[in-house]
Design a protein around this ligand. Structure first.
Ligand code: AMP
Length: 217
């Protein structure tokens, strides 16, 4: 089963994608994670990507489509979760063509609905374990008092460079201008479903599971 998690930054796409990987053996394809790896590479391309990401702008369609194309050719296991991709209509068209070429179907697009005030709070409070990627939030899920990750025992936690109020404002503008038209795009294709992204993490996961169990094969 191949699905898209669609929603603004901080909606919980990454959190839910990681749960689906653990529970359904699906493969998470996060263009944000791929680009963060690229920026660590120290290449000229990585440096340019870092500047764009820190401003909160979108990286070019050409770069992200190339990254996704590369990964789709590999192992498919329980299917793909597209997390943070597509983010423009051009990316959505490209994804459709890539899946067609591979004889694959897009089963379901899950829109995670949240309001902007909650996003600012979530994003400026979040951090992840540097070792296993487990997510924490200063208010909702603080790092354990002993300073160790509850999943892997790691002791280093990182905050994303673009998780600040200024870049979030720009990321939200980009979302509403360029990504939110995908809601209509996938609705018209009969692929769109919505969940309440403000609910508790396990409740959101249960809503997504119910949608996937009902989605046509
Ligand atoms: P994310 O981790 O999904 O919040 O993405 C972090 C940043 O990476 C975004 O603000 C963009 O600068 C860039 N990015 C991630 N995915 C895409 C995409 N599909 N298209 C363009 N830029 C992207």
């Amino acid at each position: 089963m191949n699905i898209i998690l669609l929603g603004p930054p901080g909606a919980g796409k990454g959190t839910q994608a990681r749960k689906l990987v653990a529970e359904r053996d699906m493969i998470q394809l996060s263009t944000g994670d791929m680009l963060r790896d690229a920026r660590k590479s120290g290449t000229e391309m990585g440096r340019r990507v870092a500047e764009v990401m820190d401003r909160g702008d979108l990286v070019t369609d050409e770069i992200v489509i190339g990254l996704i194309e590369e990964r789709l050719k590999g192992d498919q296991r329980g299917g793909f979760i597209f997390d943070g991709f597509p983010r423009t209509l051009a990316q959505a068209d490209a994804l459709g063509e890539l899946l067609d070429r591979l004889g694959q179907t897009l089963h379901c697009v899950i829109e995670m609905q949240v309001d902007d005030d909650a996003l600012v709070e979530r994003i400026t409070a979040r951090s992840t374990c540097a070792q296993c990627g487990e997510g924490y939030n200063d208010i909702a899920k603080p790092i354990p008092a002993d300073g160790k990750c509850e999943k892997c025992g790691g002791t280093e936690f990182i905050r994303r460079a673009d998780d600040n109020a200024e870049s979030l404002k720009q990321r939200l503008m980009e979302y509403y201008k360029k990504t939110s038209p995908l809601i209509g795009y996938y609705y018209a294709k009969g692929k769109l479903c919505s969940v309440d992204g403000l609910a508790d993490i396990d409740e959101v996961a249960a809503s997504i599971a119910a949608l996937l169990d009902r989605a046509p094969a």
